[in-house]
Ligand binder design. Structure first.
Ligand SMILES: [Zn+2]
Length: 118
């Protein structure tokens, strides 16, 4: 993060996000992204299908995520190319969204996570 953090957030909000970042061992930027994505999803109908062409894997960290919404993904099956006679067929991968700190309970989507936090 460039510059002094308080040039972006009031201290109360920044400390609250720092606490979450420490608790869940993620960056303040990721805390911010999860909160924004959650609010957009829940309140304004934001939706991302994490399309195959938007999925990237950081080779060093071996972390897979959607570049469109930064949702972390678990790779259930790698995408691959299958050779069929003189042609190639692309077989998309299979991914599962990883839970965020807004989804504390099992079996809840990001949409439903807040219910359990009341
Ligand atoms: Zn996405």
């Amino acid at each position: 993060m460039a510059g002094h953090p308080f040039s972006y957030y009031p201290p109360g909000l920044y400390y609250a996000m720092t606490d979450l970042a420490r608790k869940y061992d993620i960056s303040v930027k990721e805390v911010e992204t999860v909160l924004i994505r959650h609010a957009l999803t829940r309140e304004f109908g934001f939706k991302c299908d994490h399309k195959e062409e938007k999925v990237r894997t950081n080779k060093q960290k071996k972390k897979t995520y959607c570049v469109w919404c930064w949702r972390r993904l678990e790779v259930l099956r790698e995408p691959r190319t299958q050779r069929i006679v003189n042609d190639f067929k692309f077989i998309p991968g299979d991914y599962k969204t990883l839970k965020t700190f807004m989804e504390p309970a099992e079996g809840l989507s990001e949409n439903e996570g807040r219910e359990t936090m009341k």
